[in-house]
Each structure stands twice: as C-alpha cells, then as structure tokens.
Design a protein around this ligand. Structure first.
Ligand SMILES: [Zn+2]
Length: 208
C-alpha cells in the first residue's frame, strides 16, 4: 500500500487545519465510532470561495449526499466528490457548535466548540470568524422526522468507518472532532478523528 501524502490525528474535542491538492484523495475516519467530524474548506487561490452546504443542497436537490455526489462551492463549482463512504449518514444542514450554542443553550461558558476548533487553524491563513464556511458534519446523524422537524442524534458510525473524497480543487481544510458531550451527538463520548491524504483512491489502495 502506498504511503499517505498526509496523515494526522484530530485529537478528541480539538481541530486541525491542512491543505489538499486537486487530484488527491482525502479520507476522514471515525477512529472509535459515533464521533461527528465538522468539516469546512475554502479554495486555496481565492479564500472567499467556500465549500457550501446550502449550494450543495441546491445542486443535489437533497438535504443529504451520497457516493458519486459532489460537494459544491459558494460559486456553484464542485470542490470534492464522494468516492467511498462506509457509513452513508452525514449532516449537511446544521451549523457548527460554537461558544454561543454552549453559553445560551446549555449555560456553559468556555466549552470547547467546533467553530473555534476549526477557526484556530484557519486563522493562521488570515480567515476571520466571519469568514468561516458553514460545515459539512461528517458522521453526524441529523434525520428529518415524519413531522418535518430536524433532529440531531448519535451517529451510526462504528470504529474505523470512513468517507473518502476525490479533491477537485486545491483546498485549505479544517476538521473538528465535535466536543459536544452534553446532549447526544457523539455517543456522549468525544473521541479522535483521523485524516489521511493519498495519491490514489482507497479501492486502489486496498487492491494494492
Ligand atoms: Zn461541534
């Protein structure tokens, strides 16, 4: 099996920022299971163009995405394409948890949160908190219920479950291991997320 171009661990409840290039394959793995991984990206050459869940929902005409679907930018361009997904349940609809979420909804100040986790890495590239894209929440389980309400419950992912994207543009990315430990969303146990980048798709890797 070829060595990854990049391999890093997002520690439980923390975040990491990293770069990927067009033509590479980005895999995000739920190491222990039931852990949501918030994911954002901006285009390397023009950081005002963001990976955009709202534009993706319009392009796909769906609240959800599947293998073969692309994820689109705020300018309607495909930035990533799903090439493998061992879970099939992710969220493209709710914002990242932030300081306000914990302070207002749970009366907890100073709690770690996905927005700060992702921004702390992207701030090094000059992004302000207001520049932060809305996230795709990988492994997050946010079904629409029969009465048309939105729910967030524990992920269905098991240890080692992963999603892989073909990278279509050079991107600056950030991932947060969601620190939500007050209500269901991460099995009430916050754990690590693994990131790897390869030159070949995972099917080629496993066949090698
Ligand atoms: Zn979160």
């Amino acid at each position: 099996m070829s060595e990854p171009i990049l391999a890093l661990t997002v520690k439980a409840g923390h975040g990491r920022a990293f770069q990927v290039k067009a033509g590479q394959f980005l895999t995000i793995t739920d190491v222990e299971g039931q852990q949501a991984a918030d994911f954002v990206a901006v285009v390397q050459d023009d950081m005002s163009e963001k990976l955009s869940p709202v534009h993706t929902r319009r392009q796909l005409r769906s609240l959800f995405f599947d293998v073969g679907d692309s994820l689109y930018s705020s300018l309607g361009r495909p930035l990533l394409r799903v090439v493998e997904d061992t879970v099939g349940i992710h969220d493209a609809n709710v914002p990242a948890c932030d300081d306000t979420r914990f302070a207002v909804d749970f009366n907890v100040t100073g709690h770690r949160n996905c927005l700060d986790n992702m921004h702390s890495g992207l701030a090094l590239y000059g992004l302000s908190p207001f520049d932060m894209p809305e996230p795709f929440n990988l492994f997050q389980n946010g079904p629409v219920t029969p009465d048309r309400r939105m729910q967030v419950t524990d992920p269905t992912s098991n240890a080692g479950d992963r999603i892989t994207f073909e990278v279509l543009e050079d991107l600056l990315c950030a991932v947060s291991s969601c620190p939500q430990d007050i209500i269901p969303g991460n099995g009430l146990r916050v754990t690590d997320i693994a990131i790897s980048v390869h030159a070949s798709p995972p099917s080629a890797l496993s066949a090698a």
